[in-house]
Write a protein that binds this ligand. Structure first.
Ligand code: 4NP
Length: 166
């Protein structure tokens, strides 16, 4: 985990947007895992949580069936409907967390101001222990079952640390 995590507002809910390429695998899984963790530790009121994709190809769709199956085995029900990232997300969220360097480069292109840029982070900033072998959350779309399990391992690790930050 990074030495220096972003400072979070303490006087109101922290608004966090998870972002990946298609918003049907990694970011809706991050959203579902994070929702469950904050629900279990009773800190739901401290967060507003959403996810979005760099591309809009899958807008309106539920997460990829493979991701839903793997997530359900761990107790996460993924019900997010995909949507594309929009400029107003920079007004509506405090943290905009990309899964890989491509997502982060694309988000930086969308940012309008230095304040917008400062909201963009990498999920890897919250990864600890064995997960620090990875500096991103790899795209599972063209992978087999192991790819989806790896994504869930990395996201559970990072989401626990993010939730623990408040
Ligand atoms: P995600 O995975 O970014 O984790 O949702 C992908 C989903 C769809 C595509 C690529 C990656 N796609 O090319 O349609």
């Amino acid at each position: 985990m990074n030495e220096k995590l972003p400072e979070l507002p303490l006087n109101r809910p922290v608004r966090v947007l998870f972002v990946c390429l298609g918003n049907i695998c990694r970011s809706p899984a991050a959203e579902g895992i994070f929702r469950q963790i904050v629900s279990e530790n009773g800190s739901e009121s401290l967060w507003e949580i959403d996810s979005a994709g760099i591309g809009g190809w899958h807008a309106g769709q539920l997460p990829d069936n493979r991701m839903r199956v793997h997530a359900r085995r761990r107790g996460y029900e993924l019900t997010h409907r995909a949507r594309q990232v929009r400029e107003s997300d920079f007004d509506d969220f405090d943290l905009i967390i990309g899964m890989d360097s491509g997502n982060i480069a694309d988000l930086r292109e969308l940012a309008r101001t230095r304040e917008d840029l400062a909201k963009i982070h990498s999920m890897s900033e919250w990864m600890q222990g064995i997960a620090t072998r990875y500096d991103h959350v790899p795209d599972p779309y063209y992978e087999g079952a192991e790819g989806f399990e790896l994504v869930l391992d990395l996201l559970e690790n990072a989401c626990r640390n993010l939730a623990g930050q408040i």
